[in-house]
Design a protein around this ligand. Structure first.
Ligand SMILES: [Fe+2]
Ligand SMILES: [Fe+2]
Length: 487
């Protein structure tokens, strides 16, 4: 650890088995629970974490502080030796519950008895997504398009591991025996398993190739960001502090996704220009250049966007209303909103299905909180799409990435009852079957992408379907060896 980083860390205990700023050294009961859980976690990491690279040294950042500056240090680490710590953002003195029925009362430092079950459920659902994505991505190292990308994948993976620790800490600290059992279950479920799957649909899907990985981190990690942002508002102060710190790490995951897709788009645009191809739909010719055609990239985006929307749950939700009323889960940037923060008298517009048609309905705002968060998510996503399109603009390519309609390809909520096209026009079953291949990746598309997934592990080299990044990680030079591969 550099001295600069050490100075900023103040109260962080970095000496024990589990780095932390929650006073584990004095908290025998929780320390013991975590130390008992630790070997199972390491077993899980070794068997379900990045396959084939457990012995490699990876240039990773490790959280060593929680201040805005200098919270991370970079260095070579073997992943099983990564220091997964428990880090909460600093306590805000005098913080009050920002919303719901208890608005204005002092924030809870302990679990309010009446909301115990609801809070536990929120922690478990959030916690379950963290190891799930590590499991989904475990085969990707073998086909990494560069050492830079491989390192980014592993960085995301170890941080998802740390996010699991964050939730397990809260469970073990505040939920006693129930919490310990839930912590064990979090290590037992497996993404995509028939008998014991992860809890949410998108986290049981496959991540078979690197374009899927970039789309996943762009779209699905962004759902994580929205959920964490809503939980960071929680009146249960330890959860708020935990999520606030997790959000600092989450930003990197979205960077990996957004710039990853942007680099794929850039490479395709460059190859098209070099070959003098104007028509983005001249797919066969473009594919022969060894790059991914833009319509296929769009189809991947359609798929990952629609899978991710399902994570926001039902349009009308009493669970969401209850969690808000209870002061446990707020809205995105609740603290920046200027209404009454109780929403008992307001409404919110929601798209719904009525007699087979999509209509806008004003519903009580409390029951529409899932949709409000989803709308904030879509808005946030659009900013990234805009940046992808600037790559195409600069390259002079006549194609723009878009988001499909929210009703497209849904399995949860009102729209799971219908098929629509990407513009939201309702389709008959036959029309859906006919048009599906133009809107979602086909077997043929997936096979083509898979054919490009050849490892490129020379320092400074990149696979032909992706452009190099503009900057190195931690300002490292272009030929830096981010991963020293050893099995
Ligand atoms: Fe996470
Ligand atoms: Fe993440």
């Amino acid at each position: 650890m550099s001295d600069g980083a050490a100075m900023g860390i103040g109260q962080i205990d970095y000496d024990g088995l589990i780095p932390n700023n929650v006073g584990l050294a004095e908290d025998q009961r929780v320390r013991k629970a975590l130390e008992t859980w630790h070997p199972g976690y390491i077993d899980w990491w070794k068997s379900m974490g990045p396959e084939g690279f457990q012995g490699s040294s990876v240039y990773l950042r490790t959280a060593v502080g929680v201040g805005a500056e200098g919270w991370a240090k970079f260095g070579f680490v073997r992943m099983p030796e990564y220091r997964w710590g428990i880090l909460l953002a600093p306590k805000v003195e005098g913080r009050t519950i920002p919303f719901g029925a208890h608005k204005g009362q002092p924030a809870w430092q302990d679990v309010p008895g009446e909301y115990r079950a609801m809070l536990r459920r929120l922690l478990v659902i959030q916690g379950d997504t963290e190891p799930a994505s590590v499991e989904q991505q475990r085969h990707l190292g073998a086909t990494a398009p560069s050492l830079y990308d491989m390192r980014n994948l592993f960085q995301v993976n170890v941080e998802e591991g740390r996010h699991l620790w964050a939730m397990v800490y809260l469970l073990q600290k505040y939920f006693g025996r129930d919490g310990r059992e839930e912590a064990e279950e979090l290590l037992r479920r497996r993404s995509g398993d028939q008998d014991s799957p992860r809890m949410l649909g998108a986290f049981n899907e496959r991540t078979p190739d690197w374009l899927s990985f970039f789309m996943f981190t762009f779209f699905t990690d962004r759902d994580g960001k929205m959920q964490l942002a809503a939980l960071a508002q929680s009146g249960f102060d330890p959860l708020s502090r935990t999520c606030r710190f997790m959000l600092t790490e989450e930003a990197h995951h979205m960077f990996v996704g957004e710039t990853g897709v942007a680099r794929v788009i850039q490479r395709t645009a460059e190859a098209m220009n070099e070959a003098g191809i104007d028509d983005p739909y001249d797919i066969e010719r473009i594919r022969r250049l060894g790059v991914i055609d833009l319509p296929t990239i769009q189809k991947k985006a359609n798929l990952h966007f629609s899978l991710t929307l399902d994570l926001f749950g039902n349009e009308i939700s009493t669970n969401a209303a209850n969690a808000f009323n209870a002061g446990l889960k707020g809205r995105y940037r609740e603290d920046k909103l200027t209404d009454d923060h109780q929403l008992t008298a307001s409404t919110y517009p929601v798209l719904r299905l009525r007699d087979g048609a999509i209509i806008k309905d004003e519903v009580p705002a409390l029951s529409a909180l899932n949709m409000r968060l989803r709308d904030d998510y879509v808005e946030d996503t659009m900013l990234g799409i805009g940046r992808w399109n600037r790559v195409l603009e600069r390259a002079g390519i006549d194609f723009r990435m878009t988001l499909p309609h929210v009703a497209f390809n849904r399995r949860i909520g009102e729209f799971s009852a219908v098929h629509t096209d990407t513009a939201g026009a309702v389709l008959s079953a036959e029309a859906w079957i006919r048009q599906q291949m133009a809107m979602l990746p086909s077997d043929d598309d997936n096979q083509f992408i898979a054919s490009l997934m050849q490892p490129s592990w020379q320092p400074g080299r990149y696979a032909g379907w992706i452009a190099p990044p503009r900057h190195g990680i931690d300002n490292m030079p272009g030929d830096f060896e981010y991963v020293r591969i050893e099995n």
